[in-house]
Design a protein around this ligand. Sequence first.
Ligand SMILES: [Fe+2]
Length: 371
Amino acid sequence: MISKKNLTKSDIKKLLSDKFFKKVFIITGKNSFFKSGANIFFRKLISDKQTKIFFKNSSLPEINELRSIINSIKSFQPQLLIAIGGGAVMDYAKIANLKDIEKNLSQNIKKNNHQNIKISKLIAVPTTAGSGAEVTSNAVIYINKIKYSIEGKGVLPNYFFLNYDFILSNSKKLKSSSGFDAISQAIESIISVKSNNKSLIFAKKSLLISTKNYIKFVKKPNKNNANLMSLAAMYSGQAINISKTTAPHAVSYPFSALYNISHGHAVSLTLEKFLKFNYLNINKSVCDFDLNKRYSIIFDIFKVSKIDDLVKTLKHIKTQANLTDNFRDLNIDIKNDYHQILDGINNQRLKNNPIKLEKKDIKSIILDKQN
Ligand SMILES: [Fe+2]
């Protein structure tokens, strides 16, 4: 058996030739599987295996579809699970692969109650460059439009396989949204209360790559920038696996659940607003590190010297990537709907913000009443 986690093409070929893996269960999406070219790549490698493919339908990972996946895995009894797709596919595979999670499924998810034991080996194959979910030990699931997080070492995939070929065919919109997720995760990680020296190294590595390659990848994708953005996404995953995310992620979930805004786009709606709020309130930091120094790291990477320039730069990046933060353009009546958004915020992630946030602060941030 291969001992390293990050598989090369020859590693994955070797792994799949293992006779132990007689039955292979694939969780994927139609686009992820066919458009990416993953079907051609994997078809050859698993031709002598018994295979079952589950194509997910929902854009967000939700409990009813998860139940169908679990039932399908239970009846098939595979030795190997391959998740080929974006964040939602990874989330499904990571949770469905947990032993006995199906007994009281929604309660187990709400309480993060599981034995941390995998049913079979799991290979994560991302077909977007964004979430870094291939290297994180948590997974998201929505129950009644509220986001819950399952965490633990049993959730972490055994292996991951990055292949730029699979992400080159992503739509421009998907490239923009996923890539911005990687950027936001790395920035949030740098200032998260749970960050440490290790997460800082991963976050810096990620941002140094993404700031140079994100817009190129969106506007003029090629093998080189696609490959680099895959790495940036994976490093951002490594970073948040330690530090977790902060306010922009916490507030993004209701935007995705209520208005179907893709994850990275939803995160981009408030990123620079929270960065500015945190910076203006830096003397109220609840971190055990120097928040000023962490902001200096971000300033250096973005080649700016003050917060307003960082805000401008991030806004410019969003404009270039076509990620609007104008609620009217997104058909969101923010003045009417903001309380629904406030109700859907993920408090676990909010707690990682370096400055304590009250509901009134978030309200003025999403209504853009910050000076
Ligand atoms: Fe994210």
